[in-house]
Design a protein around this ligand. Structure first.
Ligand SMILES: Cc1cc2nc3c(=O)[nH]c(=O)nc-3n(C[C@H](O)[C@H](O)[C@H](O)COP(=O)(O)OP(=O)(O)OC[C@H]3O[C@@H](n4cnc5c(N)ncnc54)[C@H](O)[C@@H]3O)c2cc1C
Length: 505
């Protein structure tokens, strides 16, 4: 039986991101993925939002995705696009990039890291005891791990086997989605009718002057709302043809499908993200309608929240209770996204009263204050983990400031590439002695002259120092003293050696 510190079931975007985070923290991690390789059949998600670009930037890999994607304003409520180009971030936009491209880039990244990945292997069950988990595979082998993380998607076997409830709402609509060839020239674009929204587009497109311009080549991506909630069976080309004829009066001569799938607006969230030594992340913990495109971003950010915490517990520097903060912080974020997507689906209904409501919401949503709030939610830039009272930065993402240090200029996010905590001292040099955590925290003396502006909140007062967690969220804000720093380091970095902290200022 192979042993690993952590086994991840599922090598989709969430599982791969978590594997990268654990590998960066030098944790022995293995991924078990049912597919024979990283190739995802079908395009699936169409991209991700600003905070996800930022977390990839924090690890130094955002450029890989930006090079293949198309930058666009794609934060939406109902059918209204909310411009975020004035947001204080280096990435005031969303990125249009198909999920199969995202997974290819992620797979290439984790191949550079010490991640063991078992393709063509399926987890069929597990047994946990006081010291670890035995993970059973379909081929009869088993793996032993200290922790097992279910990143195995919405139908998660791990969630079910752990006995974790998945409360929520049953579907009210279902859609067929497919990639096909067509003998007739289709009417590209969106169509709305009494049944719902339908869309035809080509996989290859460009953004010109903020508009999607489809290329006149390549497969067509079809999305049709079904007349009834689809059955549980896999949809066929015939189902797709019938659905197209109902909406468009023709199936445009569809043939040669590479992918046909069905999704619904079922909305559910795991009641617990952890059962002993088993944790959930990504779609295994929450599912919702893809309107607004938040699912992949939520999963990647779950992974970035969980990775360093699990690493510190496995490495013995933090108590197991640190894992409780994963659910405390991430459950409310997904709950809010679920509520948002349910509102989105309601606004997409095509009866006259809902259309009137959508018009009212649209008018309000383009006003400055509501626009900023809504973009904050969709982009993930307004995420605020409840780390107690204090400076507005506490529990919020650290902005990617341009710093000047003794070694030259650098960006804050560059300091996070290794996924290690950062103590940023913006006052007089050598102001802090954090020796008891010195092997774990990078202590950086830096100068920053520019404004401090947070998404949605606006300008905030400049802090004298900040402790930044590996996920880029601020765990402590200094006012010129070290009040609370020892507690913050102990909570978020781990147990100190028995020396004291002093502030020499
Ligand atoms: C049509 C559509 C459009 C979407 N558009 C967007 C969008 O624009 N933006 C966005 O953010 N999100 C979008 N989403 C949602 C997004 O696709 C998901 O949120 C995302 O894939 C979740 O990633 P994950 O890694 O958590 O799960 P998954 O991507 O489902 O990955 C789970 C992995 O686990 C593997 N697996 C499952 N069971 C086992 C097992 N027992 N053993 C081993 N391996 C297993 C699977 O093979 C799979 O690779 C869309 C979804 C759909 C269906």
């Amino acid at each position: 039986m192979s042993e690993h510190a952590v086994v991840i079931a599922g090598g989709g975007p969430t599982g791969m991101m978590l594997a990268a985070e654990l590998a960066l923290a030098k944790v022995d991690v293995a991924v078990v993925e049912r597919r024979p390789d990283h190739v995802l059949v079908g395009s699936r998600a169409g991209g991700f939002h600003s905070r996800t670009i930022e977390v990839l930037d924090q690890r130094g890999v955002a450029d890989r995705f930006l090079a293949e994607g198309r930058v666009a304003q794609a934060s939406m409520i109902g059918t209204t696009v909310l411009d975020m180009s004035d947001f204080p971030t280096r990435h005031p936009y969303s990125l249009g990039i198909w999920q199969n491209q995202i997974e290819r880039i992620m797979a290439a990244w984790i191949a550079e890291l010490p991640v063991r990945i078992h393709y063509g292997s399926e987890v069929t069950g597990f047994e946990q005891d006081d010291t670890g988990v035995d993970v059973e595979l379909a081929d009869g082998r088993s793996l032993r791990a200290q922790y097992l993380v279910g990143c195995d998607g919405g139908r998660s076997l791990i969630r079910k086997a752990a006995g974790i409830e998945f409360p929520g709402w049953d579907p009210t609509r279902s859609n067929l989605i497919a990639e096909v060839e067509m003998t007739e020239e289709p009417e590209l674009g969106m169509r709305r009718d009494a049944v719902g929204i339908h869309a035809l587009g080509r996989l290859e497109y460009e953004i010109r002057d903020g508009e999607v311009v489809y290329m006149d080549r390549g497969p067509v991506r079809v999305m049709v709302t079904e007349q009834q909630i689809g059955t549980g069976s896999e949809p066929t080309l015939r189902d797709l043809s019938e659905a197209l004829i109902t909406v468009y009066g023709t199936d445009f001569g569809i043939h040669s499908p590479t992918w046909i799938s069905r999704f619904t607006d079922m909305t559910r969230q795991a009641a617990a993200y952890r059962a002993g030594r088993v944790l959930l992340a990504g779609d295994s913990a929450h599912v919702h309608y893809p309107a607004g495109g938040q699912g992949l971003s939520l999963g990647v950010q779950d992974a970035v929240n969980l990775g360093w915490k699990l690493a510190q517990v496995v490495n013995g520097t933090s108590p197991e209770s640190l894992l409780d903060t994963y659910q405390d912080e991430r459950h409310p974020v997904a709950a809010r996204a679920l509520r948002h997507t349910m509102a989105q689906t309601a606004l997409q209904r095509q009866d006259e009263r809902t259309k009137a409501l959508a018009d009212v919401v649209s008018e309000l949503a383009t006003m400055d204050e509501p626009r900023k709030r809504l973009v904050g939610i969709v982009s993930g830039l307004d995420i605020h983990y409840d780390l107690g009272e204090g400076h507005p930065l506490l529990g919020r993402r650290m902005p990617d400031l341009d710093l000047v240090t003794a070694d030259g200029s650098l960006r804050v996010f560059e300091l996070l590439h290794d996924a290690r905590p950062v103590m940023l001292d913006l006052g007089e040099p050598n102001g802090f002695d954090i020796t008891p955590w010195g092997d774990r925290v990078q202590l950086i003396d830096a100068e920053y002259e520019g404004p401090w502006e947070l998404p949605v909140l606006g300008a905030v007062t400049a802090p004298a120092a900040v402790l930044i967690r590996p996920d880029g969220y601020v765990a402590w804000v200094g006012d010129g003293t070290n009040t609370g720093l020892r507690d913050a380091l102990t909570t978020w970095v781990g147990t100190p050696s028995p020396e004291s902290i002093s502030v020499r200022r």
